[in-house]
Ligand binder design. Sequence first.
Ligand code: BES
Ligand code: MN
Ligand code: ZN
Length: 508
Amino acid sequence: MEIQISVGKLETEKCPAVALFLPQEASSFAAKTIYSSLIARLHRQKDFIGKFEETAWLYPNENEAERLLLVGLGEWNNKKLTENESRHTAQSAIGHAVLAARKLALEQLHIWLEGPLVEKLGYRLAAQLTAEALLLANYRFLKYKSKIPDKEKPLRSATLLIGDERQAAEARAGARVGQIIGKWTCFGRDLQNTPSNDLTPSRLAEIAAENAATQKISCQIYDEKGMRDLGMGALLGVGQGSVNPPRFVALEYHPAKNPRHENGPIVLVGKGITFDTGGISIKPADDLDLMKFDMSGAAVVLATMCALAELQTPLHLVGLMPLAENMPSGSAQRPGDIVRACNGKTIEVADTDAEGRLILADALGFAHRYKPKAVIDLATLTGAIYVALGETAAGLFGNDQALMTRIKKAAERTGERVWELPLFQEFFDYMKSDVADIRNIASKPSGGGSSKGAAFLATFAEGYKWAHLDIAAMAHPKEDKPLVPKGGSGYGVRLLVQFCRDWIEAKF
Ligand code: BES
Ligand code: MN
Ligand code: ZN
């Protein structure tokens, strides 16, 4: 979607629809526009009272806009509303505006930014959050549809209306940031939603290289020979059952301007299983199609790197994407096989369906060479995380409280929630193997599956500050939300972009 900023007056704007955001508090209800009497009447009749998530269409005659869309902000002026809550409220109100406009199959929507939104958030932040929310709410995966019904068509353009030129400059700067974050999040969603027949490890590696090049990110792709030279026996083992060979992608971004060396590099690692059948420890057929989403971590790492590079973030960044298809076949690895990861540790592959931790073991081992200030991995690692947290938050694990605190702060700002889970000693003990240095599944079936998986990863992340996000339940929610439609969610892009931008500002 194209996003413009225009300086104008609500009363004179020629367009199909203008959205107006109104709090529930009666005192602030009368917007300072020529429509205030109309709006007040609607309010008196209680047809629209400005409740959060409420929308109403008005068809005024005096104006040049065809329609006014009123969108409720709820108790916007309530002092108890924190800044973070205001951000989320504003963004989901924008999301509801987009949905309402699309219901009428409109192609264009104007957003009246003046009033409550800018009063609370300022022009720059209001425009940033608005632009981002517009793109997120407007997203649909339509690439494979031969015919798109009118009602499913996304908006083609949105315009943010600002009262005067000076403030429009602020808004332009903010909107640019929001647009970049929104665009790359949607790029990540596209990758997630792409079916596995069109997104093999080598294809995903190519896409990484193409997009990295547009943002001056260097991209090194290792094929099987390259991985053998690196000693990545765990990643090779997972990939060996498929006719689509595995790849390992290393992205690196060196900022051109003001690199703050003391802060970097930050290494981001993403699980990239382009399809997870479980391998010889094969999964049941129910919902197996959803295993195309098992590369969500890698997609999010690529999208985050591109967004931060396009924003010219002065931070040295590395993105690692171990990519493989987990298939059963005559050449597949067997339960009981022992593989050696690139850090020299041997792993007993007791279950070929615990493959994510295997490919991450090699990526986390590889991360050491960058002498990272912090490493964060994202992985659709365990079904158990659904049991623990549902579709409400990613599981957060790590070996450094300060790092995890920063991730929590970024999560609160963006609304991409995380929840810390424990790494008790017992979880490490369960992963002991009789025949190798470690087993990939616990020897006792005693629950805590997500913590056990994280404990396995932790033993490959020794020697640097590390955090792990189990995004299995967040990567492809089943429920439609205004900013996150069903399917690939891009969960993690906004969180990590915020985290990295805060990291250099040393902002908490
Ligand atoms: N990709 C799955 C995790 C998953 C499950 C993601 C359901 C989304 C929905 C992962 O590779 C896996 O199979 N994990 C196993 C681990 C077990 C064998 C220890 C699981 O969670 O069952
Ligand atoms: Mn699996
Ligand atoms: Zn998996």
